[in-house]
Design a binder for this molecule. Structure first.
Ligand SMILES: CSC[C@H]1O[C@H](OP(=O)(O)O)[C@H](O)[C@@H]1O
Length: 363
């Protein structure tokens, strides 16, 4: 995406051919900082500390992490150890497992001496495929927004939760891809941006993305969405996902389920944008089968931001030593999802709907 006239991806190989660059998303929106990942450890840390986050970007970073690891130890032991380290970084986004299984499959068939070259080739392919997949999600989601525009002939109000923009992928994003496509097609859209406590990906990442692209938006607290829907101020909801099951249950950032309930209660269309690598064909029931990450309570009790001098500070908003629970995701049952927007088209959130787009997955 374009930042001040310069085109960026969220991750890209360095010219030296042996390292990879990322935007440190823990420093946005106040500081745009590019950092180099030079080894397995830095790649794993980037994922676990959320310097990079978002299911597709986690997968791409893990793929490059394997390439970095092969530079250190390209043996069978080194390959397995690297994949184990990367898989342990975060439990919920299935793209991580998908990317590591793909890298292991390609590299296991290669001789040790060829693994560095092949790993970089495959990681770059995964990244390039992600860009094209997300561009297609934008194309496929555009007609939904266009139909709302043609019906109301006023700006289309879209609510989104967390960040499923280009910062959550290699480029274009998933949930934001149709919004960018509509904006670029001249359709007036306005985005209600859930701040998305506790990591505030909406406030710090989605608002920043939309501002950079010139898309009208309003930052809101997570709990106002239902009120806006009751008052006819939301025409549709579109979110991303970290793992969607074979029957269409959608795991996404904590709070998504509550938005889906409010949308259902107010007859507001609730769409989920996802690429194929985010579909977990091995499971059916998202509520009982998807591992929900629990993160450090300090992410809830503490918050960072600019002080009056423009310095980024962290403050405690809770009583010291207060007990904290920090569930990072929840699961929206397929019955609450209007449709899934994929790179192959839009389908119902159901087994038949998904198999209709991905017939190769039929057992
Ligand atoms: C396109 S995947 C975006 C997805 O990932 C986010 O989680 P996190 O920031 O913790 O990686 C959130 O669930 C987004 O919807």
């Amino acid at each position: 995406m374009n930042i001040n006239g310069i085109s960026y991806r969220a991750i890209w190989p360095e010219q030296d051919g042996s390292s990879v660059n990322i935007i440190d998303q823990t420093r946005l929106p106040h500081d745009f900082s590019v950092i180099q990942l030079t080894d397995l450890s830095s790649a794993a840390q980037a994922i676990s500390t959320m310097q990079v986050r978002g299911a597709p970007l986690i997968g791409a970073t893990a793929a490059f992490g394997v390439a970095l690891a092969m530079q250190e130890n390209a043996s069978d032991f080194g390959l397995k150890a690297a994949c184990d380290v990367l898989l342990a970084t975060r439990p919920t986004a299935v793209n991580l497992r998908w990317a590591l299984e793909r890298m292991q499959s390609v590299l296991s068939a290669a001789s040790d001496i060829d693994r560095v070259k092949i790993a970089w080739q495959e990681a770059k392919l995964i990244a390039d495929e992600d860009v094209e997949i997300n561009r297609s999600i934008g194309v496929n989601g555009l007609p939904i927004i266009r139909a709302l525009w043609e019906k109301k002939r006023n700006p289309v109000n879209i609510l989104t939760h967390c960040n499923a923009g280009w910062l959550a992928t290699v480029d274009w994003g998933t949930a934001l891809a149709p919004i960018y496509a509509a904006h670029d097609a001249g359709i007036p859209v306005h985005v209600w941006v859930d701040e998305t406590r506790p990591r505030n990906q909406g406030a710090s990442l989605t608002a920043w993305e939309l501002q950079q692209h010139g898309v009208q938006h309003t930052l809101i607290v997570d709990n106002v969405g239902g009120h806006l829907m009751q008052h006819g101020q939301v025409d549709m909801v579109i979110v991303g996902t970290d793992r969607t099951t074979a029957q269409g249950d959608v795991c996404n950032k904590i709070g998504t389920y509550l938005k889906a309930l409010a949308a259902n209660d107010n007859n507001v269309p609730f769409y989920v944008a996802l690429p194929a690598p985010t579909i977990d064909w091995r499971i059916q029931n998202g509520v009982t089968e998807i591992p929900i990450e629990q993160r450090d309570g300090a992410e809830v009790s503490h918050i960072s931001g600019l002080d009056a001098t423009g310095k980024v500070v962290v403050v405690n908003i809770a009583p010291v030593d207060c007990q904290v629970a920090n569930y990072a995701f929840d699961v929206t049952p397929a019955r609450l999802v209007t449709g899934l927007i994929t790179e192959r088209g839009v389908c119902a959130a159901s087994k038949d709907g998904l198999l209709g787009l991905y017939p190769e997955q039929m057992a």
